[in-house]
Design a protein around this ligand. Structure first.
Ligand SMILES: [Zn+2]
Ligand SMILES: [Zn+2]
Length: 91
């Protein structure tokens, strides 16, 4: 099956105002329904030894990629990959 790319480009990807690059692998909205985007989140790494983090570590330091919402002041929404099995999100 070949794709006839270019003949029709009427794919509606982002109906709202935020543009996300093609490699975007983060959630599109935080738990408080803020849109996420390159300027609206902070990505960092948090150490954790829950089973999910250890399974994904491959023998290295176990932890999660953590995406913090920056879209609105005071929003403390955090998203973990892999999903944390502890109550890491509880502040
Ligand atoms: Zn948010
Ligand atoms: Zn964890």
């Amino acid at each position: 099956m070949r794709r006839n790319a270019g003949s029709r480009t009427r794919v509606l990807i982002v109906p709202m105002g935020v543009r996300r690059p093609a490699w975007w692998c983060y959630p599109e909205r935080c738990q408080n329904v803020h849109e996420s985007g390159p300027d609206l989140i902070t990505v960092s790494w948090v150490l954790c030894d829950c089973p999910a983090a250890q399974a994904a570590s491959g023998g290295g330091a176990a932890g999660h990629m953590a995406v913090f919402c920056n879209a609105a002041p005071g929003c403390r929404s955090v998203w973990y990959r892999p999903r944390c099995e502890l109550a890491l999100a509880a502040v």
